[in-house]
Design a protein around this ligand. Structure first.
Ligand SMILES: [Zn+2]
Length: 393
């Protein structure tokens, strides 16, 4: 059990890792020594969003562990698109276990945007009200680039590989201004939706979310392909609305393949419970223009570069004729077929004068089945048949 005997009361919306940084400061201890008090392996930083030893901290604070989980971590955001049962199971596992899986939760909580972010105006407010500043949950959700209270652009810790850990309080950072991943008007909606999830205890199974998304898409007249919504049109519209580069920057790339993640969110046999993906999908379905129908055509044969190929064909014909065995008789079609150029020559006859000249030369030779002006045609029937099937040669 933990050896901790002191932990300060968390401030409103304070992240759990922030409370522990303050605990060390109040006690005049290094972060490593503070870890020791909690019975943890000493490290030089605190994970900001989730803690493995939640139960120990809850005991030190005289608070239920689930209250810490719901009010001082982004747990409700991370589990927003799970069912009631799944959320309850995760809550119970996490609060009871001495070694909860905080890294997996932290990872889910940062898809779509990195932490650690803070607001300079909030630092001033907090220092005035509480005498110290702290890390806020509402600043550290994916897509959030402005302070919900002051409307100012947030700053982000520049500590290399800061990831989801901190070693100090916001006022000790020399952060850079957070650049929004998406266009300004899109961000307004993304930010509001993300922050609202922190207070939402509404849950429904992922498949019901999926059904409701499909319903909106159908009501809005999104293009269909057979019985289903057109996955190509949806993926194309999604990328067009958010921007390819912007999606990549947010770590939510939509790969150029048939069942990319925006499509699986609408499909019955697959879905996702990643909150950031649902948030983007909701904004897309409500705000983006109805995607255009995408018509796909099978690519036809590439046009022949006649100018380039005419002398090549002519030379190939002459070379072939020169190498024919004595006594051999073939038609023009057979000759061209042997060279693998019959269709190309048939479709571009008027554009291949050198080839036509080489063919005319061949016709006047002994090798031509239909030698011009000399010998009556043999096998007239079969020659006629070939002519019908393959054009005029
Ligand atoms: Zn603020």
């Amino acid at each position: 059990m933990a050896k901790i005997y002191y932990c300060p009361e968390p401030y409103p919306d304070e992240l759990i890792g922030s409370t522990l940084v303050r605990a060390g400061r109040h006690l005049g201890l290094s972060i490593k020594r503070t870890h020791d008090l909690f019975g943890l392996t000493p490290t030089s930083h605190w994970p900001l969003l989730f803690q493995n030893q939640l139960q120990s901290i809850a005991i030190a604070l005289g608070k239920p562990a689930d209250e810490l989980l719901f009010k001082h971590t982004p747990f409700l955001y991370v589990t927003s698109f799970l069912s009631y049962e799944q959320t309850a199971r995760m809550t119970s596992n996490y609060c009871r276990s001495q070694h909860g899986k905080s890294s997996a939760l932290s990872q889910s909580a940062t898809i779509g945007g990195a932490v650690a972010r803070y607001c300079e105006a909030c630092i001033e407010d907090d220092q005035r009200v509480y005498g110290e500043d702290y890390w806020h949950r509402r600043h550290n959700l994916p897509f959030v680039s402005r302070c919900w209270k002051h409307g100012t652009r947030l700053k982000m810790s520049v500590r290399k590989n800061a990831g989801i850990s901190v070693i100090g309080l916001p006022h000790e950072q020399h952060g850079s201004t957070v650049t929004p991943a998406f266009h300004e008007h899109i961000h307004d909606r993304l930010e509001r939706l993300s922050i609202a999830l922190l207070d939402s205890t509404f849950r429904q199974p992922p498949v019901v979310w999926q059904r409701s998304y499909r319903q909106i898409a159908q009501q809005r007249g999104f293009p269909r392909q057979g019985n289903q919504l057109s996955s190509i049109a949806i993926a194309k519209g999604f990328i067009g609305y958010f921007g390819k580069a912007e999606l990549i920057r947010a770590g939510l790339n939509v790969p150029d393949k048939p069942n990319s993640w925006p499509v699986t969110l609408l499909r019955l046999n697959e879905t996702s419970n990643v909150s950031a993906k649902h948030i983007l999908m909701q904004v897309y379905l409500q705000c983006a223009p109805v995607p255009e129908v995408v018509t796909t055509t099978v690519p036809g044969p590439r046009p022949l570069n006649c100018k380039l190929m005419d002398p090549v064909f002519a030379s190939a014909i002459r070379k072939r004729v020169a190498n024919l065995a004595i006594g051999c008789r073939i038609t023009v079609s057979q000759l061209l077929n042997q060279l693998g150029i019959l269709q190309q020559v048939l479709h571009n006859r008027s554009m291949l004068p050198l080839t036509a000249a080489a063919i005319a030369e061949f016709r006047s030779t002994e090798f031509s089945e239909r030698q011009t002006g000399r010998r009556p045609r043999k096998n007239f029937r079969s020659a006629k048949k070939t002519q019908r099937n393959q054009g005029s040669y």
